[in-house]
Ligand binder design. Structure first.
Ligand code: PHE
Length: 515
């Protein structure tokens, strides 16, 4: 029999004898030791689930001694120990000796013993004033130790103040017989088994009741980070609109795809180590298509046959080969458009494409409450014949409406790879102003033509951050609570799944990068 079952049997036998257990605190086990009330509760709950017993809670306050209180109860109060140490007679003992023997309790003990008129000073020594003393504190504490309390309430508060005693709440139980009271505990089945069905035993079996109050076991499996939950919502929007996800699972990228393929000149300030994290190992690569590289070189230097005059400088392969942590997911877009051009050539016909990605990018920026050196970009790209700026504006309208933002405006801006380029603004009802939410544009011919796309193919694209909507959704005001070593892991487990709703969209526009 397990201890739990033994305890249940013991409770049943006691009830059989006495009809009621007034207070389980008085129950002792076979060795005469008091029964641990928490263990007993398990036994009582189990019996109650079978209606064999009933019970109510009895709360009581119990006083106990602190570590120092225990010490005083065993060895006497500090003042009594000072008194005991000093021999009777006029000689007494030097203060230094008392100090040496009793250590840190000597000072407090002396003070109290003086106050109690047990000792005094004579010729520089401590001497006794009385022959015997009563150590009331010690006997008070011993009484509390024995009885868990004291009749003198003032004394108790005083001892608590002196940190010698404290009180705690303890629970015990009053137990009575239940409607199904019996001495024998029937085994209850928890599940129907194959054997029970085979033998027909299930018909007579008694089943354990479901305990709907039981606390469930928290699932131990993995949890999605809030950013990944919000990412999933954006993904759904893109999929709903017929987009294909781009493979962005590689953070390390060449300057070639991140900058050069995007017609970003090699002396552009963004290509500086102040803005970009360059890799040390491997520091360089030459793994990009040679023929494309030559076309890009010519376009940067003279504009080639794109109708542009280029940047009029000497393009260097070494700069294109520098490895970096991608500064935007547009690096992947440029690669995907190159792949699209190759596919078009292989198939002899162009098929429109819609791509998106939501992944991490890195910038060598100073970190504060709203900026990290890494963040996630949401990027969309549409390639089709004869797309116009009107298509981009129209598409933006639909896309942002799906996120609950219905007032959208555009402002011209500059990107090396798009022309025209537009910052996207949305009206914030709360702040009563237009705030920036993203960046967009039509990829320039200087970018598209070297990639090899047919000359009537236009590509519109846009990008926005993922952190902002996530912080709005989960009410996080400091980005460091969302990403990095200060993140509370419990938060990841507890945050609900994300649903993009109208309200969120409205608030989202209040958190533009430049606010
Ligand atoms: N790459 C831009 C950024 O990092 C966003 C963008 C993407 C702009 C595509 C225009 C077109 O901010």
């Amino acid at each position: 029999m397990s201890t739990g079952e033994a305890l249940q049997t013991y409770v049943l036998e006691t009830l059989n004898k006495d009809n009621v257990i007034e207070n389980t605190k008085d129950l002792n086990n076979a060795d005469g030791q008091p029964i641990e009330q928490l263990t007993l509760l398990g036994a009582l709950n189990s019996l109650k689930s079978k209606d064999m017993v009933d019970f109510t809670f009895i709360d009581r306050e119990v006083w106990f001694l602190t570590e120092e209180g225990e010490q005083v109860a065993a060895q006497g109060s500090h003042e009594a120990r000072v008194f005991d140490l000093i021999p009777s007679g006029d000689e007494g003992m030097t203060i230094a000796d008392v100090q040496a023997k009793l250590g840190e309790i000597a000072k407090v003990g002396q003070g109290k013993a003086f106050k109690n008129k047990w000792i005094s000073k004579k010729g520089g020594n401590l001497v006794r004033l009385v022959d015997t003393i009563v150590d009331q504190t010690q006997s008070d504490l011993q009484q509390i130790q024995k009885q868990g309390g004291h009749s003198d309430a003032k004394l108790l508060t005083d001892l608590k103040k002196r940190k010698l005693a404290d009180k705690q709440k303890l629970t015990s139980y009053r137990v009575t017989k239940g409607s199904e009271f019996a001495l024998e505990i029937k085994k209850e089945a928890t599940d129907i088994t194959y054997e029970m069905l085979q033998t027909g035993e299930w018909k007579n079996a008694s089943f354990k009741k479901y305990n709907f109050d039981a606390v469930g076991v928290p699932p131990t499996g993995g949890h999605l980070h809030p950013l990944m939950k919000v990412r999933q919502e954006f993904r759904e929007i893109f999929f709903e609109m017929g987009f294909e996800e781009m493979p962005t699972n590689c953070f390390a990228e060449s300057s070639f795809w991140n900058f050069d393929a995007l017609f970003q000149p090699q002396q552009h300030p963004a290509r500086d180590a102040h803005d970009t994290f360059f890799l040390k190992d491997p520091a360089t690569t030459d793994r990009f298509p040679r023929d494309l590289m030559e076309k890009i070189r010519v376009t940067h230097e003279t504009g080639g046959d794109t109708g542009s005059i280029g940047y009029n400088y000497t393009w260097k392969e070494e700069d294109a080969g520098k490895m970096l942590l991608r500064t935007h997911t547009t690096a992947v877009s440029s690669y995907m458009l190159y792949k699209l051009a190759e596919k078009t050539k292989a198939q002899g016909a162009f098929k429109p494409a819609k791509y998106f990605s939501i992944d991490r990018v890195f910038r060598n920026e100073s970190v504060d409450a709203t900026h990290l050196a890494e963040f996630h970009q949401i990027e969309g790209v549409i390639a089709d014949k004869n797309l116009t700026l009107g298509d981009l504006i129209g598409f933006m309208d639909v896309f942002f409406k799906k996120m609950g933002m219905d007032k959208i405006r555009f402002k011209p801006t500059y990107n090396p790879y798009t022309e025209p380029s537009m910052e996207i603004f949305s009206y914030h009802e709360g702040l009563k102003k237009w705030v920036e939410i993203g960046n967009s544009g039509m990829f320039r011919p200087e970018m598209l033509q070297p990639l090899g796309l047919p000359s009537d193919v236009r590509v519109i694209a846009w990008g926005l951050g993922l952190e902002r909507p996530t912080m709005v959704k989960y009410d996080i005001s400091n980005i460091r609570d969302l990403l990095g070593h200060k993140v509370n892991i419990a938060m990841i487990k507890e945050y609900p799944v994300c649903r993009l709703d109208k309200k969120m969209g409205k608030e989202l526009v209040g958190l533009s990068k430049d606010d």
